[in-house]
Design a protein around this ligand. Structure first.
Ligand SMILES: C[S@@+](CC[C@H](N)C(=O)[O-])C[C@H]1O[C@@H](n2cnc3c(N)ncnc32)[C@H](O)[C@@H]1O
Length: 239
């Protein structure tokens, strides 16, 4: 099997997992309106999750999860070695789902943090419907804040675009990053993180690519492919 065949298989199998959660992802009038509005404005958006968590998840949840899966595939087989993983700004769990699927690790302890209780409740429902191995805990937390332990890997998708001040504040940045961190976000945010990386951190990899949306998800994700920008960083030996 070629590397490309392997990737297609990952995405097709992940599509099956996401379809177990179809009741939470099926487009609604509100989610279609939200997606159309976002696409017409073509700018980085900050949503009001107290009123739009459900519409956000239906509009962007599957697509964000597929993007996160692509970023994780780029990390390779090391993905199984991370046991304590923290998802910052986990929302309804896009990155958590992709991580738990690819890691396929019964010892995984995944901890999602988010300020929105509605998003966290959706995340709990999704992770339970997905039936993936591992222990999952979702907790309401305003970030940045002390996490209380050093995760093996911190993951975060589309959180830094809503909290750009953290990119330029080395103390806040340091509070959030585990031994390593994998971030998926808009290209300009990833570029900014790379340009502002504080001392004590180094870039392990940076990727920009496209993800092909599996045909089985066409009615949920109204596009054939989506761009993915990610950065994987680590702490240097002398931190
Ligand atoms: C664009 S959504 C991304 C959600 C998810 N990671 C994804 O990719 O679908 C951003 C999430 O970050 C959360 N968030 C934004 N600012 C936050 C803050 N300062 N503290 C905690 N959560 C925050 C929001 O509640 C929201 O769920």
């Amino acid at each position: 099997m070629t590397c490309m065949d392997g990737q297609v298989r990952h995405f097709d199998e992940f599509a099956d997992v996401l379809l177990r959660c179809h009741h939470l992802y099926r487009p609604s009038i509100d989610s279609i309106a939200l997606r159309n509005a976002v696409e017409s404005r073509r700018q980085i958006e900050i949503f009001d999750y107290s009123s739009s968590a459900d519409a956000f998840t239906r509009a962007f949840g599957m697509r964000n999860s597929l993007k996160c899966l692509q970023a994780l595939v780029n990390v390779g087989s090391r993905i199984r070695s991370y046991r304590k993983v923290c998802d910052l700004g986990c929302g309804s769990g896009s990155f958590s789902l992709a991580f738990a699927f690819l890691a396929d690790n019964a010892d995984l302890e995944l901890h999602g943090l988010d300020a929105s209780q509605r998003q966290l409740s959706l995340g709990e429902e999704l992770i339970s419907a997905a039936r993936l191995p591992g222990k999952f805990e979702f907790e309401r937390r305003n970030l940045p804040a002390e996490i209380g332990y050093l995760p093996d890997l911190t993951i975060s998708s589309y959180w830094f675009c809503e909290n750009e001040h953290v990119i330029v504040d080395p103390i806040l940045f340091d509070l959030l990053v585990g031994r390593e961190m994998l971030i998926v976000d808009y290209e300009k945010i990833i570029d900014r993180i790379m340009a502002c990386l504080p001392r004590g951190f180094r870039v392990l990899a940076r990727h920009s690519t496209n993800v092909e949306i599996p045909a089985a998800l066409a009615e949920f994700v109204a596009q054939e492919r989506a761009s993915v920008h990610s950065i994987h960083i680590g702490r240097t030996a002398d931190w």
